[in-house]
Structures are given as C-alpha cells and as structure tokens.
Ligand binder design. Structure first.
Ligand SMILES: *Cc1c(COP(=O)(O)O)cnc(C)c1O
Length: 360
C-alpha cells in the first residue's frame, strides 16, 4: 500500500485509520451480512449508524441541545440558496461579509432572494485580510449576517467570531469545521460541505438553532426547507447513506484523537511550520496578513513562476501531490486538513527547503 501525502483542497485526504475501518466493514457491516451501501436507511442497522454519527458530532463540537444537526445533499453550494430561502422570514435584506471567492458565490445566490448588504469587503487588499469587528457595517434589521470563516482558495481565515447582537450569524465552515474548538452557541447556522474535513463528497452538514426553523415561505419546495429535514431526522428522502457513515467514522476518529482541542493544537503546529519556512525564505512568499492566515489552506507563490513546474514535479517524486494553487490565485496551495498527518507537512517542509537550496 502506498498512500501519498495529498494536499488537495477537496475532496481531500481522509484518515487512513478511517479508510481501513471502512475497508474491513465493506462487505459485512457488524455481522449484518450487508454493506452499509446496501442498507435501507430506515432499517435498524443504518439507524444506529446515523444516530451514532450525530451523537459523536454533537460530542466533538459540543453542540447545544437547542440546535438541530442536518445531514443533507447538494453540497455547501445548495446552502447558498437555502439560507436566504429559509432565514429571511419576511425581511428584505441580509448582511454579507465579502472576503473572497466563496463569499462572492454566496452573495450572488442570495441576491436572487433579497437585498444583499455588503457590510465589509476586503477586495481592496486583494482578499489578503479579514475585516475587524469595528469595520463591520452591520444593519440591526438584517435577517442574518453571513460570512466565510475560511476562504479555501485565498487561504484567508478569520481569527475571531463576528459579534452580531440579536441578528443570527451564519457561517460557511466548509473548509474549517472541526479544525479546532468553536463556540457553536455564537451562531444561528453553521454549514459545511463534507469533502474537506468531514468525509466523502455528497454530504453537507447544517447545524441550525431551532428557533430559526419554520420561517420559509409556503412556496418553498419541501426538499429546500430546513424544517422538512429537521422534522424527518434528515430522512425525508434517502440521505447520502455511505457518506454519512464515513462522516461518522471520522467523528469517532476525532474523539479517539483527543477531540477538537487536540486537532487544533496539531493543526496550528502544522500551519506554523509551513508559514515559518515561507517567511524565512527568499523564494517563497505568502501575501496574507499574519492574523488572517489560514490553518487549513496554506497558499504560497514562488518568486519565479517559471519554477512552478519543477517544484511540482519534484514534490510528486517525494509523494507530495495536488499542490498546484487554484487557477484564480496561481502558485501553490497546501491544504492541510485534519487527515493530513504531521509527517506530510514535515515532508513538504523538507522538500521546500531542498528545492530552495538547489533552485532558489
Ligand atoms: C468547497 C467549498 C464550497 C463548495 O462546496 P460544495 O460542497 O462543492 O458545494 C463552499 N464554500 C467553501 C468555503 C468551500 O471551501
């Protein structure tokens, strides 16, 4: 078996221990004589898997009892529309913070449904900063405030949770959920596509405060109404059963590893190592403000873009793959979610230093 260190932004690496467990259980889950993929989602075997996954996520994130956890399909991108559909509650406007490409996508979709009030916009810095709390021009009558705590493409991450008073705070945590402890009670709604830090693609997690349910207009299709899924235990229709199961194995793995506190310490250490190499180097650069540097997606450019191909080819020879940056940003991006072992980061650091000695 040769597993490479895969720095893909998503779908991303999953913990090897989780993959091995899934492999063992592939043909016969727990003596049931069935693969999880072949089970009725309403059967007792699958119900036990689904319930345990939710319990483990609740334990890991310390989710208060007045929040529902939904296991949905359609990725994070469906949430860009479901959020205004469900949370406007008769109001005309919502506040959005624009810190990059994913913020913009959420904004574009919300504009179909309401007046989008851009309460802060960091395009002036080329999306290399996050606004301070004082810079947020919040509207107290907004239906909600939406932001992207971690911009996966730019590698820009908030180092604080915005304070929004009585207005519900909505967060696209697709690329930062489970990376460290967070206070769920500060949020009205948290959502995340699974394929970065949760499990395989095909699943999106929504954590929603119960009082925000039931506001969608009558015309809302049942599948796009959070209440449908909250009332039906995310089984109104057939959920993404296998992705849900895999997510459950990841949640259990996080618990075994010491929970989010342990994840956070490890993730910070991993990110610090990479930024240290970049900052000490003449060859590599990262433009993101020090307080806004992502722990999960570390972007860097080479002083001479003509060296990019040689850097990537040599990295691949060292089993370090998928380091090419997003086409809109260029350069490199090392996505180092929970499943990226510290040895993978150490190997990347060693390659970066070796490459700089010889080519830089
Ligand atoms: C990947 C990503 C998305 C899109 O997720 P899909 O599940 O592909 O729709 C949205 N927001 C952020 C921050 C992301 O990183």
């Amino acid at each position: 078996m040769a597993r490479k260190f895969n720095f893909s932004a998503g779908p991303a690496m999953l913990p090897t221990a989780v993959m091995q467990r899934a492999q063992q259980e592939m043909l016969d889950w727990n003596g049931s004589g069935m693969s999880v993929m072949e089970m009725s989602h309403r059967g007792k075997e699958y119900m036990s898997i689904a319930t345990k996954a939710e319990q483990d996520l609740r334990a890991v994130m310390d989710i208060p009892d007045n929040y529902k956890v939904l296991f949905l399909q359609g990725g994070a991108s469906s949430q860009f529309a479901m959020i205004p559909l469900n949370l406007l509650g008769g109001k005309q406007s919502a506040d959005y913070i624009n810190t990059g490409i994913w913020s913009k996508k959420a904004i574009a979709e919300a504009k179909r449904y309401c007046n989008v009030n851009i309460v802060a916009d960091t395009s002036h810095s080329g999306f290399t900063t996050v606004p301070t709390q004082a810079e947020l021009n919040l509207n107290p009558d907004a239906a909600y405030v939406h932001y992207t705590p971690n911009e996966t493409i730019g590698g820009v991450e908030f180092d604080y949770i915005p304070e929004t008073g009585d207005v519900p705070l909505v967060a696209d945590m697709s690329s930062t959920i489970l990376s460290r402890p967070i206070d769920v009670s500060r949020f009205g709604l948290i959502y995340a596509g699974a394929q970065k830090n949760i499990g395989p693609a095909g699943l999106a997690i929504v954590i929603i405060r119960e009082d925000l349910l039931g506001q969608a207009p009558e015309s809302t299709p049942a599948m796009f109404n959070y209440k449908t899924h909250a009332d039906g235990g995310s089984m109104y229709n057939t959920p993404a059963t296998y992705s849900w199961y895999m997510a459950g194995l990841v949640f259990a793995w996080i618990r075994e590893q010491g929970g989010l506190a342990a994840m956070g310490e490890r993730n910070k250490r991993k990110a610090d190592k990479l930024y240290a190499v970049i900052d000490q180097s003449e060859l590599y650069a990262n433009p993101v403000a020090a307080n806004a540097r992502s722990w999960m997606n570390v972007t860097f450019t080479l002083a001479d873009p003509d060296l990019d191909a040689a850097f990537l080819a040599g990295a691949a020879e060292h089993d370090l793959i998928t380091l090419k940056g997003h086409r809109s940003v260029g350069g490199m991006r090392a996505s180092i979610y929970n499943a990226m072992p510290e040895e993978g980061v150490d190997a990347l650091v060693a390659w970066m230093q070796e490459f700089e000695r010889h080519r830089g």
